[in-house]
Design a protein around this ligand. Sequence first.
Ligand code: COA
Length: 136
Amino acid sequence: MIKYQNNLVGITPSMLEGFFVKWGSIYPSQQKHFEILQNSAYIVLAVDDEINKVIGFVNAISDKILSVYIPLLEVLPAYKIKGVGIELMKRMMAQLKDFYMIDLCCDDRHIKGYGKFGFIKSNGMIIRNYDKKDGK
Ligand SMILES: CC(C)(COP(=O)(O)OP(=O)(O)OC[C@H]1O[C@@H](n2cnc3c(N)ncnc32)[C@H](O)[C@@H]1OP(=O)(O)O)[C@@H](O)C(=O)NCCC(=O)NCCS
């Protein structure tokens, strides 16, 4: 059964296996992934309690007054198209409902999906240091 939680209670880095699928050769280690979740203001995890592994997550960083940004959302390939991504976003948006600014960046293919949660298209300016994708 898939269970959802908004915290890291009972979670260890070893339970965070197989993420950052499309990141190529440079991506955060399971320890770095755990630290990303620890340092985030808000998280939602999907845990398969039969195998005791995290199979999906979303995180948000924030000033905790006006603004919040959602950097990462991922569901493991074997669990895709089963509603886990939508459930993660629903639970995250419930936590973020009182913020003025809720921002994220996404590829064109995700515009429709995020639109269902009220997101509208805007302009974003970004920098990506691709050699730093592992967070070291
Ligand atoms: C994007 C991502 C998180 C979606 O996760 P997911 O668990 O597959 O998403 P869901 O199953 O909740 O929803 C995906 C689609 O399947 C549909 N769906 C959900 N359950 C379904 C079911 N039982 N039968 C048929 N369709 C279903 C949803 O309606 C949704 O359709 P939409 O795209 O038109 O909104 C996942 O594909 C992923 O990890 N991608 C790689 C990382 C990434 O791109 N992250 C986003 C960065 S902005």
